[in-house]
Design a binder for this molecule. Sequence first.
Ligand code: HEM
Length: 832
Amino acid sequence: DPTWPAATDEMEEIVYQLQGFKGRVFNDVITPCNNEAAGPGRVTASEWLRVGFHDMATHNRVFGTGGLDASLQFELTNGENTGPGHNTTLRFLANYYSSQSSMADLIAAGVYASVRSCGGPVVPLRLGRKDATSSGSTGVPQPQNSAETFRQQFDRMGFSTEEMIQVTACGHTLGGVHSEEFPEIVPSGTGTNGQKQLDTTDATFDNKVVTEYISGTTQNPLVVGPAVAVNRHSDFKVFNIDGNATMNGLTSATTFRDVCKTVLQKMIDTVPSGVTLTDPIAPYAVKPVDMQLTLNSGGSTFLLSGYIRVRTTNRASGAIKNIKMTWKDRNGGCASGSCSYTATVQGAGTGFDDTFEFFPISTNIPTSSGISSFTVTVNLNDGTSESYDNNGNSYPLSDAIILQKPQSCLLQSSGALTVSALVRNDITATPSLGISYLTPRGVVRNGNPVPILSSTTVAMTKGDCAGPYTFYSASYTIAGGLSYAAKLSVTAGSNSDSFNKASDLSGSCAAFSGTASCTTPGGGGGGGGGGGGNEPDASSTIASSSAAGPSSTSSVVEVTSSSHITSSTTIAPSSTTSSTTPTATGPARKPTVAGYTRLRCATEGSGVRALTGASFAYDTMTLESCAANCTAAGNFAYFGVEYARECYCGNSLAASSSEAPDSECNMLCAGDATEYCGAGNRLELYAKHDAGTGTTATSTTASAAQPTATLGRKDTVGDYVFVGCQTEATEGGRALEGKAWADDGMTLEGCAEACSGWEYFGVEYGRECYCGNTLRGGSAPAPLADCSFTCAGTPYEYCGAGNRLELYRLASASSSSSSKTRRSRLERGRRL
Ligand code: HEM
């Protein structure tokens, strides 16, 4: 096992801890391999594999640019990446995007997972890829290219002619060509569901693509058929380039698997220069999962909770009797006299190639002596036992600073977050709260479905003492509707409790009861040296392994103020301070906000708005959220907030807007009472730090007014009321069986209209609409956070996710509607 905590811990969980107890369900939409999560004719696993190629294919080995860097998200409309598959893939993968899981690593993991799900080899997965912040070069091979062009393109990527043939054959064992994107190759109506497969087994990772080609029986539309006449038979041009020598070498199934393992690893390991990848990951034999300390009321003990996950892949079932966790107190001893806890199995989970058992930890530890580290003993039923001590280091678990979950809360509807931390009284450093969060790109830019990852640091305010600890707290509003995806860290000096999931917090903060008098912790002095907090922040390891990555001249500024966040690149130094939000102070003017500088209090234009680029209005408005909206909506040169809750963006300011006294911009922001947000007809006006250099390239398009809207749940849609986020059925078939359609223009309203007359409608995966009168067995309520996809047709509505329905029910269904009305509605619905 790697030494825990490691920078790869989160990805390890995503990739291996798939189903069952604590399953991360990363494989849900690609299992089974022929699953068509985005609609008929769209094999999701093959879309994931193709995304890996298209993202990598612009690599230039001489310049060290491009490669697997998630730049594809900015390249969806450049003509080389046609079809909905790239978008739906990125959108699904983005559900796992965080400061410890870059989009580029997730794309690589997607290649591993799709190949494995389809019965292919285990492609070794190395990690540490950096995300690009803007589009890269073009250069994805297109079917009309000549054989010589293909050779040159693959040479540029660092692939020999032989490897070009091999990797193309390995890719084209899955999926097919679609009429919608390539009508010259697959004329409309000639495929099944708009798709013609590349070999006879489009959902099995086998070498049929090779053997059918060699035997002359192939129906591969990139080898035979209409493509030939229009010179788009690219697989023929590639496969035949060396007189079929390489293809003949792949006719053995085992050779094909081995070769594909090698070339697909090469494909995902092709990264920009300056990115250093880790060794291939493997599931831990023993891993602490979600370990957390929580101070109990009264302050004399804390609860240690979490799980020890044990890999049981190579063990007989039921081989483990129990596990014993043994810890050391703050002084490295066991002052309380009892420092161990024994647990029996609570749940089991699986990955593609692994099984795991989870042993729950739940024990109280006196705060007077505390905890600093632990080891694990796995006791087997045959009387033997195995010891795990984290490679001789013990598993570190510091009680110097604790993110106290019961006294922390997140209101997901508004993103209002309050975090409480407990700092041991012998720690002198003042704690701060680090938030790493996602914001949707607002008005979707070039169809990029990946939200923006940002981070901010918020100072914490001292509160009551509770025994040997003191409370600190901080509040922040995570605008944009994705607050549940945030990750939270509390840090004091070298101690931290990191990467806590905001989705674990409840909607209201409980009061802490039974506060004891303030004491000095027994033993003392153990902080700082222990190497971090409950789960020390591991991301610095990844951060330090990277050097360059693409420069941050991107039009979307990734705001980062915390050095341990991995995805961002260079940022203006001023944003470090500007994104630090002081708490619990009186209202104040802010000189800078996330890359913008305050200009003045300004009037609207006479008869026109001062800023006409885009606008937003919501009740959680802050200067930061407006700045983020205007950055995401078009990297606008100016933003201004008016009337406490209205945000305006623009690249130019109406000439008739004039300066007003600051005293007239006197309304506090609806979402943060420490900030000023203009007034009636008065804008708190900010300009980009570099706005003096003139307007940006977006200025021409930006003048079109954008709708005033924000992303949020809708309580009612037409005649329907929101039920919640719901899983698909488990008993074969869909949760809603009445009627289905999928569309890239999907909205809740569109689905409601199509389902008119049915009792339920639900939207899944952003673009699939289902109607039905009953919910099939096994369909169960899921956390709202699961339904995280925005609708394909509007960025302002949620439309479920993979295997998750945004579910609505007729308002009249349960109460007022008479059976007669219902029947006629249903009849009407069925005729549709
Ligand atoms: C000369 C190089 C290549 C060319 C010209 C090419 C071209 C194409 C075309 C035109 C399609 C049809 C796409 C659609 O209609 O959705 C396709 C599908 C596909 N390609 Fe390639 N490709 C090449 C290499 C590769 C490589 C190296 C891989 C991965 C290792 C790959 C993976 C795939 C997959 C998995 C599909 C099926 C996608 C689906 O079913 O949605 N291709 N390719």
